[in-house]
Design a binder for this molecule. Structure first.
Ligand code: NAP
Length: 328
């Protein structure tokens, strides 16, 4: 797969694999052997960028815990040095209940988190370490200072911020250069396009999470889809509600017809659209299925011209759509 550079020098595959859903937020965790197989097969397909977090914990069918960092660490043990693993610190999540994450980036908490993540993943160094959410109680300078120390100590290679805003980025970057942000970004959630200017100016990459609007943009879901309450976040996502699905039909028609002209799938177009906007954007779609993981990888081969990207943007501005999870 084509490579992209995040920040100054972090080379990653143009599409990364979001591993969260294998353990957390999309219902019961994927059976472990299957999950290990999926992650390893992704390496064979060309993915070299894997995303997890300290708080991605869910349950297997038998009630035992699936720790996503442990899973990713085990799956990629044999590929050390050949792949980039990103994880995150700084939020607490409740188990078995859908609640907003609680931020906590106090320096001693970060210190404990980094040791825990290294241990769970069996790593000596985390390639890319994100602050998962901004903590209003801790200044960007203080967090960046801890990151600078962790880089000097060799515990992390690069750092980033998830759900960053411009002011925070500027302050933190001045203390310790940021390699990437990881923000929500999809055809249904374009609010962070306003950060493109500052990202370009500071040389920071944009890792796009939930790049397919949690799967909705693949056009494979309809108003009859039912998701398990409390453990599948799609059960509370407005884009999957029956009224949301109805409101989004014109958007799906737009995607389907454009995909037809490019001999691609709607999901591939939703990823290719952002890849063709900036060379430093890297989407990290998540999936539990081998065939969908392969389908998503091919998106990096679907090329859209500037005119096509602009045409899609104009159509997206006009088409009308439901709210999407995570955007006020
Ligand atoms: N920083 C943060 O706060 C944050 C928040 C959320 C997520 N993330 C990261 O971003 C990654 C991706 O986000 P996400 O999983 O929320 O959203 P996403 O990638 O937009 O969507 C994932 C969903 O789409 C479905 N899907 C994927 N490819 C498909 C295809 N080709 N055809 C049909 N359905 C497809 C998956 O179902 P199947 O499994 O059935 O294929 C899954 O339900 C996560 O894994 C996580 O690492 C970060």
């Amino acid at each position: 797969m084509e490579k992209r550079i995040l920040g100054k020098d972090l080379a990653v595959s143009a599409i990364g694999l979001g591993c969260m859903g294998l353990s957390h937020a999309y219902g019961l965790a994927t059976e472990k052997t299957q999950a290990l197989k999926l992650i390893r097969e992704a390496v064979n397909v060309g993915y070299t960028f894997f995303d997890t977090a300290e708080c991605y914990i869910g349950r297997y069918k038998d009630g035992s815990l699936s720790n996503n960092e442990e899973l990713v660490g085990e799956a990629l043990k044999q590929y050390r040095g050949k792949v980039v693993i990103a994880t995150k610190f700084g939020v607490r999540l409740e188990q078995d209940r859908i609640t907003p994450p609680v931020p906590d980036s106090r320096p001693h908490i970060i210190r404990a988190s980094v040791e825990g993540s290294l241990k769970r993943m069996g790593l000596e160094r985390i390639d890319l370490y994100y602050q998962h959410r901004i903590d209003p109680q801790v200044s960007p300078q203080e967090v960046a200072g801890v990151m600078s120390d962790l880089i000097k100590e060799g515990k992390i290679g690069h750092w980033g911020v998830s759900e960053a805003d411009e002011t925070y980025l500027r302050r933190a970057h001045a203390v310790c250069p940021i390699t990437a942000i990881q923000n929500r970004y999809s055809m249904m959630a374009r609010q962070h396009e306003s950060l493109f200017g500052v990202l370009f100016e500071l040389g920071i990459g944009f890792v796009a999470y939930s790049p397919m609007a949690n799967g909705f943009l693949t056009a494979k879901y309809d108003r009859d889809c039912v998701f398990e309450a409390n453990i599948d976040y799609r059960s509370v996502m407005p884009q999957f509600e029956a009224t949301g699905v109805d409101k989004n039909q014109r958007l799906l028609d737009l995607l389907r017809s454009f995909a037809y002209t490019k001999n691609a799938t709607p999901g591939q177009i939703s990823l290719a659209w952002m890849l063709c906007k900036k060379p430093w954007i890297v989407p990290i779609p998540g999936t539990r299925s081998l065939s969908r993981m392969k389908e998503n990888a091919v998106s990096s081969e679907v090329k859209l011209t500037d005119d096509e990207v602009n045409g899609l943007d104009e159509a997206l501005d006009k088409v009308g759509m439901s709210k999407v999870f995570g955007v006020a």
